[in-house]
Design a protein around this ligand. Sequence first.
Ligand code: PMV
Length: 357
Amino acid sequence: MKSGPSQHNPLSTAWQSPSNIAIVKYWGKKGFQIPANPSVSMTLSRSVSETRVTLAGKSTAPGISCEVWFEGTRNQKFEMKIKPFLETVSGEMNFIRDYHLLIETRNTFPHSTGIASSASGLSALSLCLIDLHQTLTQTAIPALLFRNLASQYSRLGSGSACRSVYGNWALWGQTSSVSGSSDEFAVPLDFEPGSRFKQLQDSILMVSSKEKSVSSRAGHSLMENHPFAPSRYQQAHRNIIRLLDALKTNNWKEFEEVTENEALTLHALMMNSNPWFLLLEPESIRIIHKIREFRNDTASKVCFTIDAGPNIHLLYPLEEKQKIRQFIESELTPFLEKQQWIDDCTGSGPVKLNNFA
Ligand code: PMV
């Protein structure tokens, strides 16, 4: 009989999981981690978290015992955020209470900048936990169920994280336009988007890497008494139908309209909340104007989306890669923090890591 993990024989696993960028945005909840409207996102390729969870001996105290190391330094702020999540999922995976969990994690991008580090971080952590659960219970969880569980558990930590467990495109939230869609987990899109959307490029323009002044959690809760909430949720349902149709029929113009409408709506909702808040910086607005001008002058397909932060995501088809690089270098770098941006694109989803050095 095999003995369980101990201090001398610790069990560990590591996963890499990507961030994602929502085109139709999730903003507002109904109940605990249930979205007020469906959302659709593209999974990224280069913006990833890498996380290792080690069962570092039996826990001696009641409750959750964990330590979180972020990029080589113990991070108590992250521990405070992760503990309630571990409490929640320990109902499904009992081992979480039995062991001291050593969680080591790192990102390929700055956290809390509106590049969804919670999406990549929480999905990587959930994948590790399910993997450990599988090993400890000696059950082989089928691949599809594994991803589905990872999506459900990720959602409990960060809503948008539930979309990161799938490559390419994912939809989260119940909608009559997609059979099998659910408020409790994301599903991968069950069709191949048209050629313009294959390897869709996303250049993330870093206007500021400062931590955002208002958390997504606070932003979601401000939707509860928001005067525009009912019409926003209807708009999101309409935009889901429009977006899925644009992806299927390779209709870039429609994609551009939905994408920018969603980005501007998200920030307009923030400005209309009570109390209001504003995450865009003057540079974000300057960039938006530049994009419009460039599109009018050059017939480029480039369009933009914005997450909960000041950074601007430029979305464009692969064939414009060179042209957009020149555009960024010649016209946009003055508005960027340290003249930095991240060139990302559609990614294929999480992978298990054999080496976590
Ligand atoms: O997953 P949360 O709770 O951090 O919310 C994310 C909300 C947005 O990033 C603004 C939109 C989205 O759908 O990802």
